[in-house]
Design a protein around this ligand. Structure first.
Ligand code: ADP
Ligand code: MG
Length: 286
């Protein structure tokens, strides 16, 4: 990376995140950060059990149980206020629950870790509003995402290793931005920005990827490409998608979980949940 990029980055950054806390920081290969390798011998990568979160006595999550398999793509749906975002906040350490447990693999207790540690440890989260650096090129954004922590980020002046360059090229292809690598991120379409942010998360090789409403505001074509991208990530990563757009959910759905009033209402295939009278009733009430 050259100093020019850093100069740009310094200009670009303070607007959004002066202390970099929103920059992607996960690097899943290094789950040993926690002092323990990730144990997914029982096939489950994420255990969310008996989680309750209260805000002034109101239960946003109420004895929530959710189990995600290693490599699966799970869609989470549910009416507004069902607790979907709060669930992601608990998994990523942003909100600590009043009761329950959250384990990453068999041994890593996520409730003992900070948001930052969880992100570094292999659980990446894509927020609705992308946190890309608009004044930098697509390539430079991915380059920055290879940096492992804030201190390194600032002092990183040496060039990338061959392996890192190879990984950037790989991610550029995955997110469909290979031909846009030298464009400024700010000049990308809304959909392309979202893919770039997913790419920045992928640079850290997360084991679990959480995406909240990925296709909001996208064109039909962008929505289809996003479906392809998320499907291509499953298997290599466990992907949890929260989305309102039912047509989109149907296009990627494997197992679907319906949340309602902070608990799981039902789980199954898209057809099973859409024909479930409990689900129909809940959505009619919206
Ligand atoms: N920080 C907070 N303070 C008070 N209430 C909150 C807070 N965050 C969420 N809630 C409430 O918790 C419920 C669940 O919210 P949320 O998880 O955002 O639902 P969803 O993402 O499914 O729409 C809502 O009723 C919401 O108003
Ligand atoms: Mg939400």
């Amino acid at each position: 990376m050259n100093m020019n990029i850093l100069a740009h980055a310094k200009q670009a950054l303070p607007v959004k995140d002066p202390d970099f806390s929103a920059a992607p920081t996960g690097f899943g290969k290094d789950v040993d950060n926690f002092g323990k390798p990730l144990d997914t011998s029982k096939r489950t990568i994420l255990y969310v059990e008996g989680i309750t979160v209260s805000f002034d006595g109101f239960r946003a999550l109420n004895n929530l149980n959710l189990y995600i398999d290693d490599g699966e793509l799970r869609c989470i749906i549910g009416p507004n206020g069902a607790g979907k975002t709060t669930m992601m906040d608990v998994i990523t350490g942003k909100t600590k629950p009043d009761a329950g447990s959250v384990y990453f693999g068999q041994q890593i207790n996520l409730l003992e870790l900070s948001e930052h540690q969880i992100a570094r440890g292999g659980i990446g989260r894509k927020f609705q509003k992308p946190t890309i650096f608009e004044a930098l090129t697509v390539y430079e954004n991915l380059e920055l995402a290879t940096a492992s922590n804030k201190a390194v980020w600032w002092t990183l002046t040496k060039s990338l290793t061959g392996e890192q360059k190879f990984r950037i090229d790989e991610v550029l292809v995955q997110i469909g931005l290979k031909d846009h690598r030298y464009r400024n991120a700010g000049a990308l379409s809304h959909g392309q920005k979202q893919w770039l942010e997913i790419g920045m998360l992928l640079m850290q090789s997360p084991r679990v990827l959480l995406v909240d409403e990925p296709v909001a505001g996208m064109t039909g074509e962008e929505t289809e490409k996003t479906a392809e991208l998320l499907l291509s990530l499953a298997g290599k990563h466990s992907v949890i998608v929260v989305e309102h757009d039912m047509k989109f959910v149907r296009s990627i759905a494997r197992k679907v979980t319906v949340l309602h009033q902070g608990s799981v209402l039902t789980e199954g295939t898209m057809d099973q949940v859409q024909n479930d009278p409990k689900v129909i009733e809940v959505y009619l009430g919206e």
